[in-house]
Design a protein around this ligand. Structure first.
Ligand SMILES: [Zn+2]
Length: 311
């Protein structure tokens, strides 16, 4: 009798252990995945792999892509409707699309809208000819889900050295964009450089700092980026796959190399996502990040220290 009771107890204990174990595994699953992705490369190597290598948004493409090719996936509820977990485990994602309005911008817009995530569009004044004007208006009117921000009027005509050598003219170029695009907040990104000016701290390539100082004194916040989704060729084809991008973000989530801990600014360019295959890739990338409950998408005016000065 005694030994039979002990045997049953043992079986129950084993079953209980299994139960506890599988329940306990459920939650840290995400963390395990994140650790794995960080582990597969040493931190140094990982950083090298995603090293910021400059805004390659220099080349305005003339490709006429058909935005209507985009196949509408099943809409999902906005992320705001999903229970938020604002604890120390939360990581804030700032998706930023540069150089619009251009072919591909509306794909980015629709994907973010359908997946219910927030995003920021750094637009270029001279790209907004009368045919594309409605895109600028669409983004401006989509606040607070999307925010329209300044990426200069001329995009430095893609001659960055010359542009930053004349800070007063560069400053005027941003004012012109601010005015012509009717940008609500004094938030900008310099063309061709990851220069920052937030919380009274100015950092970036030396040749941009005089321009940055002028803009900072005029009440602007300057935003660079932490991670770039690179592109190549005339078609501006995305270099990394959606899966590689997710791994990068997972690796960066706990990195000390972010401009601000726990806040990840991702640079992409609208035109990369004009072709259907590339926009599918963007959909997959955002969809995967969104599944991870620790990631919360924000617009760039919610970045820590942003003054949100109005125009
Ligand atoms: Zn650019």
């Amino acid at each position: 009798m005694k030994s039979g009771w002990n045997g049953r107890t043992l079986i129950w204990m084993v079953l209980l252990q299994i139960g506890i174990f599988s329940f306990g595994c459920d939650n840290p699953g995400t963390q395990t995945r994140i650790k794995k992705s960080v582990a597969h490369l040493p931190e140094k190597e990982k950083i090298k792999e995603v090293k910021v290598n400059g805004d390659k948004g220099e080349h305005e493409d003339a490709d006429e892509q058909d935005d209507n090719k985009y196949v509408k996936p099943v809409p999902q509820p906005p992320q705001d409707m999903v229970e938020d977990l604002p604890d120390s485990n939360t990581r804030y994602i700032y998706l930023t699309f540069d150089d619009g309005p251009q072919t591909g911008t509306m794909n980015c817009y629709r994907i973010c809208k359908e997946l219910g995530v927030k995003a920021s569009f750094f637009m270029v004044g001279q790209h907004a000819d009368r045919h594309l004007r409605y895109i600028v208006d669409t983004i401006r009117d989509s606040y607070p889900e999307m925010v329209l921000v300044n990426h200069s009027y001329s995009h430095a005509h893609n001659h960055y050295k010359k542009f930053y050598a004349a800070p007063a003219a560069a400053q005027f170029d941003f004012y012109r964009a601010q005015d012509s695009l009717r940008i609500p907040y004094k938030i900008l990104r310099l063309p061709g450089n990851s220069t920052w000016s937030v919380r009274e701290r100015l950092t970036g390539p030396h040749n941009t700092l005089r321009t940055a100082r002028l803009l900072d004194s005029a009440g602007y916040d300057l935003i660079g980026w932490d991670v770039e989704w690179n592109f190549k060729g005339k078609e501006s084809a995305p270099v990394q796959s959606a899966e590689q991008m997710v791994k990068m973000i997972d690796a960066y989530a706990d990195s000390k190399h972010l401009k601000t801990r726990n806040h990840i600014v991702i640079l992409t360019h609208d035109r990369m996502f004009a072709p259907t295959a590339a926009s599918d890739s963007l959909y997959k990338f955002i969809g995967e990040l969104r599944k991870n409950r620790r990631y919360v998408f924000r617009t760039i005016d919610q970045y820590p220290g942003i003054k949100r000065n109005k125009t």
